[in-house]
Design a binder for this molecule. Structure first.
Ligand code: ZN
Length: 133
């Protein structure tokens, strides 16, 4: 793992959370993007080297719905940038961590993403992400 790429925050409504985070961070949202594979709408903020991703469900099958039902709005995941997502996934698996999917998916922001099951990471959903060349 190279560094924390972003922190993902589950929100009910981007329409109210984007202006809230713009005020909080004193910067404009620089990108919104639909991620079909997860049925989510995302919005990105950058402050120095730090990135925040707001995540809103758009379909009934979105994992964000069940997350918000159970825990409410709040920190949803921590994303680590990796150099080689397959190599890192293999390393983590050999250390006993559980990957949620068989293979990585296309995520937001031109990234391949792969999630670790929070069961194996003290309840924290970890996203591995790698820039798509
Ligand atoms: Zn993310």
């Amino acid at each position: 793992m190279i560094n924390i790429e972003h922190i993902g925050i589950a929100v009910r409504h981007l329409s109210s959370s984007i202006p809230l985070f713009e005020k909080l961070l004193d910067t404009s949202c620089y990108k919104t993007e639909v991620v079909e594979s997860e049925q989510v709408n995302t919005a990105f903020f950058k402050k120095g080297e730090s990135k925040i991703e707001l995540v809103e469900a758009y379909g009934p099958g979105s994992v964000i719905n069940s997350f918000i039902e159970k825990k409410g709005e709040g920190i949803h995941h921590i994303a680590f940038e990796v150099k080689d997502i397959y190599e890192e996934a293999a390393r983590l698996q050999s250390e006993g961590f559980i990957l949620i999917n068989e293979k990585p998916k296309k995520g937001a922001d031109n990234k391949l993403v792969w999630f670790l099951h929070p069961k194996s990471t003290n309840g924290v959903l970890i996203e591995l992400c790698m820039e798509i060349e």
